[in-house]
Design a protein around this ligand. Structure first.
Ligand code: ADP
Length: 468
C-alpha cells in the first residue's frame, strides 16, 4: 500500500473519521442506556416502596414474604436478582419481623436517615452486601405529619451491569467489523472514483512532443474529472498548434537558408572547375556576395523575431518625426515604384511625432511600402497617409494591387508565410517582412492591421501610440 497515493489517504481519512464517529456515537449510546436503566430502576424501587407502604400501615401483622415478593414482581417482573426489603423504626432500628432474612441486611446511611426524618426518600448505591452493588431506596412512612417508620427496598445492580457488559461486548464485535467493511468499501470506492485519473495519466504518458495528436478520453459526464480531461485536451490542442508552428518555422528557416547556400556553393564550384578571367571571377564574387547578403538579411530577421518573441528586443526611445520619416521612405522607394510603373504618392499628411526607435520604425514603414509596390501591378497606385486617430498616429499604406484572400489574411503576419498569389509572382520574398514589422509595432505598444480584397488592393494600417 503506497501511503502517498490519494486512494490510500482517502481510505485512511475515511476510516479515521468513521472510527471517531463510531466512538462518539457508541459512547453516547452507552451513557444514555446506563442513565435510562438506572432511572428505570429508581422508578421501579420507588413504586415497590409505595406499594408496600400502602399495604403496611395500620397492620398488626407483618408483611408476608410472598406479599413482598409480589410487590417486587409487579414492578420488576420475574427477576432472578437479589431483592432486599426491611422496616426500621424512626430511630433506625431494624424490625426483624418485617424484613428480608438477616443475611440480606441493608445498611442505613447518615444521609438516608437524615432525609427520611425530614420526610424525604433517598436513593444510594451500596457495595459489599452481595456479589454486585445494590441500589437502595430509603423512604419514610409518614402518618399525621409524623415519621412512624422507614421502609428500605433494594435491588441488586447485577441486571444493569450485565446489560452494560453485553452492550460493550456487542460494540467490541460490531465496531471492528463495521470498520473493516467500511475501510474495504472506501478502498474500492476510491479505486472506482480514481480509475479515470489513472486512465488519464496513462493516456498523458503516451502523448509525446512527437505525437501530440492523441487526446485524453472525455466521459461527457460533466463532472470534475470530465472537466479536467477537457482542460487537458484544450491544452494539448494549444500545444499541438504551438509545436507545429515551431516545427514549420525551423523547416522554413532551414529551407530559406539552404536555397542561397546551394546557389553560393554551385557558383563557387563552377568558378573553380576551370581557369577563369579576372572579370569572370569578379562576376562570380559579386553574385556570391548577393547570396551572402541575402543569408545575412535572413539571419538578422530571424534574430530580431527571436528576440521579440523572448521579449528582449531592445528599442531606442527618442523623438521621431513620422512625417519626415514617411517622406524619406517615399523618396527612397520612388525609383523602385517607377521601375514597376507604379504611381507612389503621398496622401493627407499630419505632422506627428512619437517616442520610439527611428531606425526600426523606418524599417517597418519601408517594408509596408516595399510590399505595396511589389504586390501592385503596372499602372497601379500606392498611397501613403499619416493621420492622428485618438491617441494614436496612424500610418496608412494602401495599394491597388493583387490583394489578399480573406482566408489568408490571418496568416500573413506569421513567419515565412507567403500568400499563394504572391508566390506566383517572380519577386523573391522571405515571408519575414510582415512578422518583423508587426514585432516592431507591438514593441512600441501598437499594431498593424490589414484590410484587403483580392484583385482590388490592400490597405495596411500601423497604429502607434503618441506618448506626449
Ligand atoms: P514577403 O513580402 O517577403 O513575401 P512579407 O512578410 O512582407 O513577406 O509578406 C507576407 C505575405 O503577405 C506576402 O508574401 C504576400 O502574400 C502578402 N502581402 C504583404 N503585403 C501585401 C500587399 N501589399 N498586397 C498583397 N499581398 C501582400
Amino acid at each position: 500500500m503506497y501511503l502517498r497515493s490519494i486512494r490510500t489517504r482517502l481510505t485512511i481519512w475515511y476510516t479515521s473519521l468513521l472510527t471517531v464517529s463510531l466512538v462518539i456515537l457508541g459512547g453516547t449510546a452507552y451513557g444514555l442506556m446506563s442513565y435510562s436503566l438506572s432511572h428505570e430502576m429508581d422508578n421501579a424501587l420507588h413504586s415497590v416502596a409505595g406499594a408496600l407502604i400502602e399495604q403496611d400501615p395500620g397492620r398488626s401483622t407483618a408483611l408476608l414474604p410472598s406479599e413482598i415478593e409480589q410487590a417486587f414482581r409487579r414492578f420488576f417482573g420475574f427477576s432472578p436478582w437479589d431483592q432486599y426489603f426491611q422496616m426500621r423504626d424512626p430511630s433506625g432500628n431494624r424490625d426483624e419481623r418485617r424484613s428480608s432474612p438477616s443475611n440480606r441486611k441493608l445498611p442505613l446511611s447518615r444521609n438516608a436517615l437524615q432525609n427520611a426524618l425530614r420526610g424525604l426518600p433517598y436513593f444510594e448505591t451500596v457495595e459489599g452486601i452481595g456479589e454486585y452493588p445494590v441500589r437502595v431506596l430509603t423512604m419514610p412512612v409518614v402518618q399525621s405529619n409524623r415519621v412512624v417508620n422507614m421502609i428500605q427496598v433494594g435491588m441488586s445492580l447485577q441486571n444493569i451491569d450485565e446489560t452494560r457488559f453485553r452492550f460493550l461486548l456487542i460494540m467490541a464485535g460490531v465496531f471492528p467489523l463495521g470498520l473493516i467493511l467500511a475501510a474495504s468499501g472506501g478502498w474500492l470506492l476510491a479505486h472506482r472514483a480514481l480509475k479515470p485519473v489513472n486512465r488519464m495519466s496513462a493516456a498523458a504518458r503516451r502523448i509525446s512532443a512527437e505525437d501530440l495528436s492523441q487526446r485524453v478520453n472525455e466521459t461527457g459526464t460533466g463532472d470534475e474529472l470530465d472537466n479536467l480531461a477537457k482542460t487537458l485536451n484544450r491544452m494539448l490542442d494549444r500545444l499541438d498548434v504551438a509545436f507545429s508552428q515551431v516545427r514549420r518555422f525551423s523547416a522554413d528557416a532551414s529551407h530559406e537558408l539552404q536555397t542561397p547556400l546551394t546557389i553560393l556553393k554551385g557558383e563557387m564550384e563552377l568558378a573553380l572547375r576551370s581557369e577563369r578571367t579576372p572579370e569572370e571571377y569578379r562576376a562570380t564574387l559579386e553574385s556570391a556576395l548577393e547570396e551572402v547578403d541575402r543569408i545575412a538579411h535572413l539571419v538578422e530577421g530571424l534574430l530580431l523575431l527571436a528576440r521579440a518573441e523572448a521579449g528582449v528586443l531592445r528599442m531606442d526611445r527618442r523623438e521621431v518625426d513620422l512625417l519626415q520619416m514617411l517622406e524619406e521612405v517615399y523618396l527612397r522607394l520612388r525609383p523602385l515604384a517607377d521601375s514597376h510603373c507604379v504611381e507612389l504618392r503621398l496622401g493627407s499628411m499630419e505632422p506627428l511625432r512619437i517616442q520610439g526607435d527611428g531606425e526600426r520604425l523606418q524599417a517597418m514603414i519601408f517594408n509596408l511600402v516595399d510590399n505595396a509596390i511589389k504586390y501592385t501591378g503596372a499602372k497601379g497606385r500606392v498611397t501613403l497617409e499619416l493621420r492622428r486617430e485618438r491617441e494614436y498616429a496612424s500610418i496608412l499604406v494602401s495599394d491597388t494591387g493583387i490583394g489578399i484572400p480573406i482566408e489568408e489574411q490571418g496568416n500573413i503576419f506569421q513567419a515565412f508565410y507567403r500568400a499563394s498569389e504572391a508566390r506566383g509572382l517572380s519577386e523573391r520574398g522571405t515571408g519575414l517582412g510582415l512578422p518583423i514589422a508587426q514585432s516592431i509595432a507591438s514593441a512600441h505598444g501598437g499594431n498593424i492591421s490589414v484590410e484587403s480584397a483580392p484583385g482590388q488592393g490592400s490597405s495596411f494600417k500601423a497604429m502607434l501610440p503618441i506618448t506626449s
